[in-house]
Design a protein around this ligand. Structure first.
Ligand code: PLP
Length: 564
């Protein structure tokens, strides 16, 4: 099984989470979906890669909503043996003074164009380990800071060691976010000069060698969002990394900052959109932060009806999505509308089946789905209920929402409750559906079935955002705050509409702008000018899907980050 992947050097792609398929719960949100799309594009483009992640046997969590709108978290276990092959090799890692054995599973990601990529799922649930250590790789983003540090040791250090034990030859290491930055310390140790070659006063570590091997993609535009571990904790749990003086030099004086560590040990660093790279440069002055704007996997995020239409009218789009640049001239309006109608029908059926709510087949659907957390502002649309009522009285709308809040994000959970309060408040006037347990399959149905994709984050906190890109592959225009990718993707009235301006965010101004756009542009166009509406749908495909896809993204990583 493994042999077919060992004959050529590969890029090792490390990520705490990865969305391989809807029923493997090793992901929580956009970061994991991006990792999955990265590997799916690598499969289609035949880039030699290997992904490394944790097996997360207990998953992230399964979301259930009880009557009042309260999120209840249930375990979401999965059985790796049903999807993956156990690996024979295992390696030992010193954690908290004990030896922890790390083994793993081989999942083979099969692309729809027959490409194959190996994914290594690291697992400490082995007989040799104590009950406590067997659980290190169980819960994605679970546990306390000590648990997280152990997970990151397994991911970074364990991952590098296991790849070697398995016989992989790695030409480059790519860290998807800072969680895996300990891999660079493992490489420092591996490539350290032998003591007999050292001149007095010289460092034993070969920093240039390690930096050459590492690339780092940062995803978090706020200082507080980066993993930091106090050195006391590091000393207790990870005593054998590198000497403390070197560590502090590389990872920060006051605490081990995973982002700093990754920045200092990576030759190539990038943010996930142009604005995000700028923000990262001010956050971390002195580092050269490039920009490679995210993209989404064309085949995965295009609904069946649109796939058929593109196959017929834009052959080759799956391998070269830039061909969609011709979509505005090649796609007949009637067929675009028909493909969209099918996607919308599937969504109406899903909403009915899961919530019992019967949406109106005539009203446009506003879609909002992503992790539920304060900065994403899922409540912005409801900030002036009377105005929302009034605009819907003139041009009736309906709303479909979905998203999980992290179990410890109380503010996020309250937002979900608030959405449910608005749902009750608006009953009979504006239908609001909340689809529980947001996952890949729900996302696929949503981005193809709504009429308008909404995103209203607090600037500049949306590093990129990708769900709006998924909508564009299905001819769904975005109505969004100018942040992340939408700064690059928005052409007013051509690909969609902007909410607010590009200055600092302000809830009142952004809400006013959102209502104004709906009242004056979006809904009058939807109701009054079908041809004009379809022109915007085709604008989204032509100008956005052609560019914001993970094939373009991976071709750029290949030529700018991997081959230097
Ligand atoms: C795409 C996706 C996300 C990311 O959504 P954003 O709007 O970019 O934050 C999160 N969760 C799932 C299941 C997705 O498919």
């Amino acid at each position: 099984m493994l042999d077919e992947f060992l004959h050529e050097p590969r890029i090792a792609y490390f990520s705490m989470e990865i969305a391989l398929q809807s029923d493997i719960p090793t992901y929580s949100g956009g970061l994991g979906v991006l990792a999955g799309d990265t590997m799916r594009s690598a499969a289609d483009l035949e880039l030699p890669m290997v992904a490394v992640t944790l097996v997360s046997r207990q998953g992230y969590f399964r979301q259930r909503i009880v009557d009042d709108g309260r999120q209840v978290e249930e375990p979401d276990p999965w059985q790796p043996e049903h999807f993956a092959t156990p690996l024979e090799a295992k390696i030992a890692l010193p954690i908290e003074g004990r030896t922890v054995w790390v083994g793993g599973w081989l999942y083979v990601l099969r692309g729809h164009m027959n490409g194959r990529q190996p994914v290594i799922l690291l697992d400490t649930d082995l007989e040799e380990n104590s009950a406590e250590d067997r659980a290190i790789t169980h819960h994605l983003y679970g546990g306390d800071l000590a648990y997280r540090l152990k997970q990151e040791m397994v991911l970074g250090m364990g991952g590098v060691r296991l790849l070697q034990a398995l016989g992989f030859s790695i030409r480059q290491y790519h860290m998807n976010e800072g969680h895996s930055a300990l891999l660079a310390l493992e490489l420092l140790r591996r490539y350290a000069y032998p003591p007999e070659e050292l001149r007095p006063g010289e460092s034993r570590y070969n920093l240039p060698r390690v930096r050459e091997l590492c690339a780092f993609t940062t995803h978090t535009p706020v200082e507080a969002g980066h993993d930091r571990f106090p050195y006391g904790l590091v000393h207790r749990i990870a005593d054998e990394l590198v000497d403390l003086a070197t560590l502090k030099q590389l990872a920060g004086e006051d605490a081990l900052n995973m982002t700093r560590l990754a920045l200092n040990l990576s030759e190539y660093v990038n943010g996930v959109a142009k604005r995000h790279a700028e923000v990262s440069r001010t956050l971390f002055p002195g580092y050269l932060v490039h920009a490679i704007t995210n993209g989404v996997h064309p085949f995965t995020w295009t609904s069946e009806p649109f796939r058929r239409l593109y196959d017929e009218r834009v052959p080759g789009w799956c391998h070269e999505p830039e061909l969609l640049i011709r979509a505005d001239c090649c796609l007949p309006d009637a067929q675009v509308w028909e493909a969209h109608e099918q996607g919308r029908k599937a969504l109406l059926e899903r909403v009915q089946a899961t919530t019992g709510l019967q949406l109106d087949p005539q009203r446009p659907i506003l879609g909002f789905a992503r992790r539920m957390t304060a900065y994403k502002r899922p409540d912005l649309l409801f900030s002036d209920i009377e105005r929302l009522r009034a605009l819907s009285a003139r041009h009736p709308i309906q709303i479909v929402m979905a998203g999980k809040a992290h179990p410890r994000d109380e503010a996020g959970k309250q937002l979900i409750e608030q959405i449910h309060r608005h749902q009750r408040e608006l009953a009979g006037e504006i239908p609001v559906a909340f689809l529980p347990n947001y996952d890949l399959a729900t996302a696929q149905c949503l981005v193809a079935g709504v009429d308008i994709w909404l995103n209203t984050p607090l600037r500049p906190l949306e590093a990129s955002g990708t769900s709006g890109m998924k909508a564009t592959f299905n001819g769904v225009p975005n109505l969004s705050v100018l942040d992340g990718w939408w700064i690059e993707g928005c052409i007013e009235d051509v690909t969609g509409w902007a909410v607010g301006d590009s200055g600092t965010s302000n809830n009142d101004d952004d809400a006013a702008s959102l209502y104004e756009k709906l009242e004056q542009k979006v809904l009058p166009l939807y109701y009054g000018n079908r041809d004009g509406w379809i022109r915007v749908m085709k604008g989204a495909i032509t100008k956005n899907a052609a560019y914001f896809n993970s094939h373009r993204m991976m071709r750029r990583y290949a030529t700018e980050a991997y081959i230097r």
